[in-house]
Ligand binder design. Structure first.
Ligand SMILES: C[S@@+](CC[C@H](N)C(=O)[O-])C[C@H]1O[C@@H](n2cnc3c(N)ncnc32)[C@H](O)[C@@H]1O
Length: 189
């Protein structure tokens, strides 16, 4: 068999293997994540969020469902903020650990965020799915301290009134990013 055929077959095989790994990792945690599957935010969206939400070094950013850790690492590099992420997808978790390995003050935990207390956060970032947003709003109302900023990509928090909506300057990635502040945005207060 000629070399070029072998090389082409190995590349195709590797791509299929990676895709399979990706799909299996999503399926393995589907009962927990439901529609909020591993789909990293485009960097232009992370930049838009960071431009609009400045943070101090003493503050803590929590990305509930941190995917490959890009939001945590970009926030750390830009603001020196403490950053904490939760992730249950094994592939995403491994990627996040690798990405943040050398970043002091960035922690990634392999945990279901529904089972952890997130009230120490100064900024909450999330990119989840409509099905879970009502339950999330309830969890935030139960746990957040006054003044905490909440940023939700693509999907609004039911019953909350956003302060601003960001639209990244990109035709492909311009879905809304909703920005809130607790408790001002929260109707029940
Ligand atoms: C759409 S991705 C967003 C990733 C990252 N926040 C970003 O913006 O690049 C949502 C992530 O949340 C994770 N996730 C969903 N539900 C979770 C839960 N209950 N606990 C921990 N992680 C969860 C998924 O595995 C997925 O990687």
């Amino acid at each position: 068999m000629p070399n070029w055929v072998l090389i082409t077959l190995s590349v195709i095989g590797s791509l299929i293997f990676i895709k399979l790994l990706f799909v299996l990792s999503i399926l393995s945690v589907y009962k927990i994540t439901r529609g909020a599957m591993f789909h990293p935010s485009a960097f232009i969206r992370v930049k838009t969020f960071l431009d609009a939400v400045p943070m101090r070094e003493s503050q803590t950013l929590v990305d509930i469902g941190c995917g490959d850790g890009r939001v945590l690492s970009e926030a750390k590099k830009r603001y020196g903020v403490r950053a904490l992420g939760f992730e249950v997808n094994p592939l995403a978790y491994a990627m996040a650990r690798i990405r943040t390995l050398r970043l002091k003050g960035v922690t990634v935990r392999c945990k279901n965020f529904w089972n952890v207390y997130i009230g120490d956060a100064d900024v909450i970032f999330c990119y989840l799915f409509p099905d879970v947003m009502k339950r999330l709003a309830q969890k935030l109302e139960n746990e957040l301290k006054p003044g905490t900023r909440v940023v939700s990509c693509n999907f609004p928090l039911p019953g909350w009134k956003h302060l601003t909506v960001l639209y990244p300057d990109s035709s492909l990635n311009n879905s809304p990013i909703y920005c809130y502040r607790y408790p001002d945005s929260c109707h029940s207060f």
